[in-house]
Design a protein. Structure first.
Length: 397
């Protein structure tokens, strides 16, 4: 299951992924929690937009700082600050205060995003250049082991103690998980020529050079387009699914059980994906899975029986267990080590821009359309993604 030197270099990241996701008990009830304290769809979407705006502003500078001054320090500090911000959510029900808390959380997250995977990928490539695919797939496996248990715990907590305590559990879990990253090796990978020293000391110059690289690289540019559309659609579907299931008679604890089922399937999905990769390219798999995903969303809007939409819910989230790690792996394949954290931060900027567009759009759409029509519209928009992956695949030949 593990390749030579894989655990030696990457065990802190796998342990962190497991514990972090064991603690994500709030995830199945995120939207429902805000409903319970009186927020509307539009207000929930606006909180996501605030997070995205903050990420957009700070993502690139913090990514460049991690590239230049150290990824380990950036990641560990970011996670510790995130744990504190998550725990403070329970202190208020005021929309503006909560928007500020989530904005600060997004700022702390920019210290992590991009830098964490860049750190791990450099360690993965240190002894074996073929460990990158394994890292992203195994990380997903450990994530899903945690996510099997988290919704079950969440269901019990909600049943006996209410949803508020889920935030405390999540904050504590982030803190404990981060302790294991202290044991991960640092990387001193950046090789800067003497005549480049001043440029690389300038964060914004480094960021501009990285953006120029992405813009000129046709495959990476196409991948970023697909990522943008993916997260615009996800803004809509993430608001729709749990209220949609609940409105058709699915009790709250059973929503948690569905998330556990998805995570259970997700433990096996990366292992199956590794086998498929022996015969199929990453981009061909991405094309097929995103096409199935789009069709599934449309079908969920056409036929809205509880059993059927529950199955579609499980299918779409399970497909994400294939799509996201493969997309991460493909993007990293084309990135140079010395710009990797900054480039991955720019990838996070793209997802933030998608949320800035998709959040208000989702709130507006759900104010004028039924959940069924919103899912159908999401599926139609998602159809663009397999076309983009197919085009990117042709450019690799």
């Amino acid at each position: 299951m593990f390749k030579k030197d894989e655990l030696k270099n990457l065990w802190p990241f796998y342990t962190h992924s497991l514990i972090l996701n064991l603690s994500k008990v709030i995830m199945p009830f995120y939207v429902l929690y805000f409903f319970s304290i009186g927020f509307s769809f539009f207000q929930i979407a606006l909180i996501g937009t605030v997070r995205s705006v903050v990420s957009l502003i700070f993502e690139v500078p913090t990514g460049a700082i991690a590239d230049i001054y150290g990824r380990k320090t950036s990641v560990i500090m970011g996670y510790f600050l995130m744990s504190v911000s998550v725990a403070t959510v329970i202190l208020t029900k005021n929309f503006y205060v909560l928007a500020a808390i989530f904005g600060m959380n997004a700022l702390f997250e920019t210290l992590v995003s991009g830098a964490d995977d860049a750190w791990a990928v450099d360690l993965a490539e240190k002894d074996d250049g073929n460990l990158t695919d394994s890292y992203f797939l195994k990380k997903r496996t450990f994530r899903n082991i945690g996510m099997v248990i988290a919704p079950l715990v969440a269901g019990l907590v909600v049943k006996h103690y209410g949803m508020t305590n889920l935030w405390l559990i999540y904050g504590m879990g982030i803190f404990i998980a981060t302790l294991f990253l202290i044991f991960a090796k640092n990387t001193n990978h950046v090789e800067i020529k003497e005549n480049e020293i001043e440029d690389y000391k300038n964060v914004f110059t480094h960021s501009r050079k990285t953006w120029d690289f992405i813009r000129k690289h046709k495959i990476v540019s196409l991948l970023f387009v697909a990522i943008f559309i993916f997260f615009v659609v996800e803004e809509i579907t993430s608001l729709v699914w749990t209220p949609y299931l609940q409105s058709h008679g699915l009790p709250l604890p059973q929503i948690g059980y569905l998330f556990s089922l998805i995570a259970g399937l997700g433990i096996l999905t990366p292992l199956i994906t590794e086998r498929i990769l022996k015969n199929k390219s990453k981009l061909s798999i991405l094309t097929t899975t995103t096409l199935i995903y789009a069709v599934a969303l449309i079908l969920a809007g056409v036929y809205s029986r509880l059993l059927f939409i529950s199955i579609i819910f499980v299918i779409t989230y399970s497909l994400e267990e294939i799509i996201e790690p493969l997309e991460d792996s493909v993007v990293n394949k084309y990135l140079q080590s010395k710009i990797r954290a900054t480039a991955l931060s720019l990838k996070s900027v793209v997802t933030s821009m998608a949320s800035i567009v998709g959040g208000p759009l989702a709130g507006y759409i759900l104010g004028i359309l039924s959940a069924e029509k919103a899912l159908m519209l999401s599926g139609i928009l998602f159809m663009i993604i397999p076309l983009v992956y197919s085009l990117a695949g042709k450019r690799t030949f």
